[in-house]
Design a protein around this ligand. Sequence first.
Ligand code: AMP
Ligand code: MG
Length: 338
Amino acid sequence: METLILNDNTDIVTAGKIIQNGGLVAFPTETVYGLGASAYSDEAAKKIYEAKGRPSDNPLIVHVWNTEQIKDVAEDISDTAKLVIDKFMPGPITVILKKKACIPSGVTGGLDTVGVRCPINEVAREFIKSAGVPVAAPSANISGKPSPTNSQHVIDDMMGRIDAIIDSGECSVGVESTIVDMTADTPVILRPGGITYTMLKEVVPDIEIDKNILNTVSKDEVPKCPGTKYKHYSPDADVFVVEGEKCAVQAKIKELILNNKDKCVGVLFIYDAVYDDAIMLSAGKNNREYAHNLFKALREFDKLKVDVVFAEFCDDRDYGLAVKNRLYKAAGHKVIHV
Ligand code: AMP
Ligand code: MG
């Protein structure tokens, strides 16, 4: 299949038409690039799963262009859910609500709930508006690979597999949306992201964090967020998180580099570390920058054919929880505490 590369200013109407005709378009959002199709079409949803190689029980998030459109796809929206929507949407958050019948079960992985998100990225909103329907979209990467945070990542993964890619540079947040389940009495954060626990707690004081955020999910367990049970964000390199106080982390990584002299070693470092005999990529100065740089760095390490990556991690406050969740998954939960 030929994949069109579309301009994020002049080609939005073309992109919308492709969705109306049952096709697939990768589009930018503030979190990561999404792979969109009409949320009203089972057939189009199937094409998404095929293009990504994604297991079909892993539901898609339904994207709307404004908060008014939420009532087209979800019902029984509680007052607490309305509070969260008013406060944080448009923005990097997804709320799980009861789905309306118009959303086919092929979009929601067979669940009777739907994840709804209204991005703040203007290109995303214009695109969804021009599609004239809500847009179902997971991240626009091959299943299991790090999520795409710039258009080149999407081109690397999706060229020849989908109808079009809207080329729109870098995503500002860099990790996927915060997911909050609003269907139970007590709202639960299923996935941490750009809207943090602290921010949510100000609006919903009793909000909880799902225990699977930092744990592996056993094969027999049914997680609330189906995506959590699959391997995620895995680069080809073997990743280890080295976690603790900054000086201890650096000392440990220096020791690990010495012990892995036969391998090509990469280090994902925070701010000003210096390591000899390793390929170093910067995670930035703080967790907001770490979130922005993480997936890009993991993809870069693969391009550089690195065998093993040691990732510094020192602070899990606020944005840190989202970074830690993605890092732990990328590392297959191989964490060295120092
Ligand atoms: P992705 O956009 O690739 O990050 O995938 C969407 C994520 O949203 C997956 O991890 C899903 O498990 C989660 N998700 C989407 N819809 C629902 C839902 N109705 N209930 C729980 N989780 C959902
Ligand atoms: Mg994904």
